[in-house]
Design a protein. Sequence first.
Length: 302
Amino acid sequence: MEFPELKERVQELKAKKNAVILAHYYTPYETQELADYVGDSLELSRLAAKTDADTIVFCGVDFMAESAKILSPQKTVLTPDPRANCPMANMLMPKELRRYKEEHPDTIVVAYVNCSAEIKAEAYICCTSANAGKVVASLPKDKPVLFVPDRYLGTFTKKSVGREMEVWPGFCPTHQRFTLKALAEAKALHPEAEFLAHPECPEELSAAADFVGSTSAIIRRVGESDAKEFIIGTEQGVLKAIREKSPDKIVYPLLEGNVCPNMKLMTPQKVLWALEDNEYEIKVLEDTRIKAKEALDRMLAL
Ligand code: 13P
Ligand code: SF4
């Protein structure tokens, strides 16, 4: 089926089912075009919490769709492809975290949303890359903190807030591929360009960046900066929104072809199938959901 026909069919089904399509910036460009909203993790969580649609088709990796279900249990949340998971989220098992908590009963656990519902249920508060600093700064000063599962966002936040924390050694394989060598090569080609990095990048990249922020923050920065050219240190799906919002600016991916393969599973064809077949429904055990919601709600209340 050609894209215009597919899009029309998706619109019909969406209206019939009172459905909304939420997509992350890393999904394929055509999927972003089908979406009612495209955003970063924080924005998509907020939208999932307040939409009055009956069905949410979540185009993102599993932890994002799970967050939507945790926040809106009465809604049907569908993922177009249940294989789309985040490797970083699998770098910490609930059992490991429970053991850690038994051994460190005073410790406050901050969970980056890139983790399973079970990990969120064990955490005191969640954060995203857009609000990690704010979340960590809000914690009582006299308690030890464990930040899970991303070592790079954890380390970046520790430095920017000036707060000692233990950091779990997880990482994002896509952002881990960015190196100082790639940056030096890109800078040699585009010496006037600002370098904008996602905080999931290795710490030497964040340290070398002119700006570090979430996907939405990077997109905003291009529009607000006086610079004309930018090297983008995150998954290249964000280039679509940057080019649409700032057509007068020139953007280069730090590493051509560096994509999140899981986000790219969210194809337009699967979005249509999700609506046609009501598949695949996200389910979260009620006990887990209630505890995970507390951690998400604490974050959303800030
Ligand atoms: P954002 O919160 O910036 O959208 O990032 C999500 C993510 O998975 C980055 O890899
Ligand atoms: Fe996970 Fe990295 Fe993909 Fe984000 S880009 S969803 S952190 S694997």
